[in-house]
Design a protein around this ligand. Sequence first.
Ligand SMILES: [Zn+2]
Length: 208
Amino acid sequence: MKRILFGSDVWARGSVHSHLFRLSSEIIVNCKRKIYKIMYKIAYVTLLIIFVISCNQKKYTIMKEDKKVTNVEKVEKSNSEWKSILTDEQYHIMIEKGTERAFTGKYWDVFEKGTYKCAACGFALFDSETKFDAHCGWPSFYDSIDSTRITTDDDYKLGYKRIEIMCSRCGAHLGHVFPDGPKPTGQRYCVNSVSIKLDTLSEKPNRD
Ligand SMILES: [Zn+2]
């Protein structure tokens, strides 16, 4: 049997419908607001990450450009020639780009005055005045004698980016440079003792 709807019934149903409609509209608006907020947060974090990465890239680029090589007379030798000149350990570290064990090298704990030269070609690389104790087990310097004496290259051997340092005259591997050194440069040239030789007698070469 069909129920006859009175005015109050119709009004009540209409009111319930409009209430439900209002409620669902509010839920949709709230959801939209939450989604927008999350999207803003994601966009903000993404921009922040891009900014940090680009800053790091810039730092590395500046570091690399600063080490441009000019007017350095090159020493070029074949691997077999280097093998006959260098010790097995020097050949492994300087030519095959190995690393000596921390706290085992000759110079990590030496603070005598003098000039540290490339062990392969004798090119003056670091002044003892820039040597500091980095507590890392390798001789560490906050600067090279001048920017022409060291060349750099990107090294991903450990799965992340490091900056390799080499003698700019003969190309021998020295170690790596990290942006966590002391003032005034903020750089830490972390060098294998095997790759350098301390000359306590030589005069200090002029900086550029
Ligand atoms: Zn050299």
